[in-house]
Structure formats: C-alpha cells, structure tokens
Design a protein around this ligand. Structure first.
Ligand SMILES: [Zn+2]
Length: 274
C-alpha cells in the first residue's frame, strides 16, 4: 500500500501540472503561428468564438466527457487537444521521476524545455515552420540558464556553464547549418530549414555538445525510418515533405530522460577497446 500512496503523492502532482500546462500548450500551438497573443483573450471555441467555461475545459477529461464535440456549436474537437495534454502530463511525470528527488530545479527547467519541444513539434506538423519565438527563445534561455544553473552541464562555476552552453550552441547550429548549405548545393532545393538549425542550436545551448551529437544521430535515424514508412504507405511520392522538428524533439527528450547515460557508457566502451 505504501507504493500506491507513493505513486499518488509523487506522481499525481507532476501529472496534473503537466496536463494543465498541456492545455496551455494547445493554445500556443494554435495561436503562435497566427501571430496572436497566447494570454488574452481566454479560451475560445476555434469554430464559433464563444468563450469556454472552465468545467468544459478540463485537461484530457473534457474531450471524453463532451465526446469530442464543442458545447457551444457542436463542432467536432480534434482528439489532438487531449493527446497534447496527455503527452505533456506523461512527460512531466517522467521528468519528475528522473530528477525530482536529486535535482528538482533541473526537473523544472527540463519541464519548461519539453513544453517548448511539444509546441515546436505540433507547429512544425501543421505549418512546416518552427517560430523564432521558440528556437531563439531556447538559445537565449539555454545560455542564461546555463550561467544561472551550471549543474546543467555538470559544471560548478557560472563561467564554465556558460562556456559549455556556448560550445553546445555553436556545435548544434554549426552542424545543421553545414547540412543546410551542402544540401542546398547538392539537391538544389531546401534540404534543411533554418528553423531546424536554430532549434538544434537552442538544444545545444541547454544540453551541451554531447547531446547535439546524440540528437543528430537519433533524430536522423528515426526520421529516415518514419520517412521510408510514410513513403511506402503513400506510394513513393517524391515531393513529400517531412517535418524534422518532431524527430529533433523526440531525440532531445530521450537524451534528457536517460540517453546521456547511454552516450556516457558508449564513449567509455570505445575508449576501453582502444
Ligand atoms: Zn463553438
């Protein structure tokens, strides 16, 4: 019974907070690409503009209680709203289980970071762009948080944290920038969006250059695998566009949730075999 109580006490708060944050992220995903404020006005029906009462706006639950239809006008509500809320809730719970006890501040920083990843992912799905507000925001936040909390990079002094953050930013931005430039020369079209370049630079600023290496490897493998599957299903149409941000975001989440251990183990393995 102690275990069940443990799960409720330590698991429910981050899950609940994540679901509420996810509800706000839905607003961000919808409004940021339209250039609207994410704060005002309050929640409105996307179809008829009627205000939404809080009891019809409960994260995850409301979609099921309302059976996927808006109260005001009966318009179908995309299941994705509930999915984004459940996803954010699950990610917050996982982050808290990883860092909550040992480094609660890191857990909070990673929660904000993962929230930005969720927004970037779904905006890229919808529009094939990643807004500067998110990518450049990650760069600035990554640099300043690394100075304020150098333990993000396993450093002690603020200057060491900032230095490692800058190294990560330059590695991430530089690597994809090179891919973008070479890709444009070789394929004579946009192979890599500059949103992706800025996005990986921001990830590098927060997570360091080792994370950049991991994220590039994992995201390109995952992207290639999914791309081949999508092309097989859709009958090998060559003009198909596949957003890259979701794979970058997925790889970054894997890194934060323990991929860094795999990387540390792997580099030890390489050194040991030399
Ligand atoms: Zn409506």
């Amino acid at each position: 019974m102690i275990e069940l109580r443990d799960i409720i006490v330590h698991g429910l708060p981050p899950f609940f907070i994540g679901a509420c944050v996810g509800s706000f992220l839905n607003v961000c995903i919808y409004r940021i690409p339209l250039g609207k404020s994410v704060v005002t006005p309050g929640s409105r029906c996307a179809a008829c503009g009627a205000g939404i009462r809080w009891w019809n706006n409960l994260p995850i639950l409301s979609w099921f209680l309302l059976r996927g239809r808006a109260v005001c006008c009966g318009t179908r509500i995309d299941f994705r709203y509930a999915l984004v809320e459940a996803l954010t809730a699950g990610l917050f719970l996982a982050l808290w289980r990883c860092y909550g006890v040992t480094a609660p501040w890191l857990a909070v920083i990673y929660m904000v970071f993962v929230a930005a990843l969720v927004v970037a992912t779904f905006i890229d799905f919808d529009y094939y762009i990643i807004p500067d507000r998110i990518t450049l925001g990650c760069c600035v936040a990554g640099l300043s948080l690394s100075a304020a909390a150098p333990e993000l990079h396993g450093a002690v002094s603020w200057s060491a944290g900032l230095l490692r953050s800058a190294a990560g930013l330059i590695t991430g931005g530089g690597l994809l920038w090179a891919v973008a430039v070479v890709g444009r020369r070789v394929f004579r079209k946009e192979a890599m969006g500059f949103g992706d370049v800025k996005f990986l630079a921001g990830m590098g600023a927060l997570l360091g250059w080792q994370a950049v290496v991991f994220i590039v490897a994992v995201s390109s493998l995952a992207g290639a695998a999914c791309g081949i599957m999508v092309m097989m299903v859709s009958g090998w149409r060559r003009e198909l566009r596949i957003p890259y941000a979701p794979y970058l975001a997925l790889a970054a989440v894997v890194w934060v949730l323990g991929g860094w251990r795999v990387m540390a183990w792997y580099s030890e393995f390489l050194i040991g075999n030399r």
